[in-house]
Design a protein around this ligand. Sequence first.
Ligand code: BEZ
Length: 220
Amino acid sequence: MSELEPTEHLPRIGEPAPDFEANTSKGPVRLSQFRGRWVMLFSHPADFTPVCSTEIMEFARRYDEFQERHVELLGLSVDSVPAHIAWTRSLAQQLGKPIPFPIIADLDTKVSRLYGMLHPRESSTATVRAVFFIDDGGIIRALLYYPLSTGRSVDELLRVFDSLQTTARMGVSTPVDWMPGQPVVVPAPATADQVEEREEAEKKGLIYRDWYLRFRQPSS
Ligand code: BEZ
């Protein structure tokens, strides 16, 4: 995949995640090096700020839960590598374990602009709290944008990965407030004939609410 010119660009669901090379707290990284793994690319506004500190520590504390889902974490802010190193060392001391994922030092805002992470009415200098959920083929499957004032929920981030990976595996959707292990939504019938197959489908173990709203138990 070729590198795009850094512009005010907002990648959208279903598009290839724009590739880039960047310096991080753990050395140079190229996004495409993670192909074959899922990636959570996320930005935070600034090092040494309180909400960001709680987020990075919680992402690190629950790192194994991302790894169990084959998800690599890649952070970003417009701070320098030395600032990232000093901050993550301080966070590691408080947490009692290292910060295991790299954080991009996007001083020239190249990656921030490539991913639409700068929202000038929210901050003229800092990236908002963006999250890009990138699948193992390098396709953007979901994205979230939160303002500076709202810390993200690790439970929800993991839940989105569980939903996306369930969809990728089974071709189903997940309903409101879905959690792993709960019934998933099978695609609605596309034709009247398929509607008539209802009884037959019921025998296959589908849970029927109406012809367009059918669930099944998930399988691994
Ligand atoms: C914070 O992480 O606490 C924060 C960062 C930038 C603006 C406001 C809050």
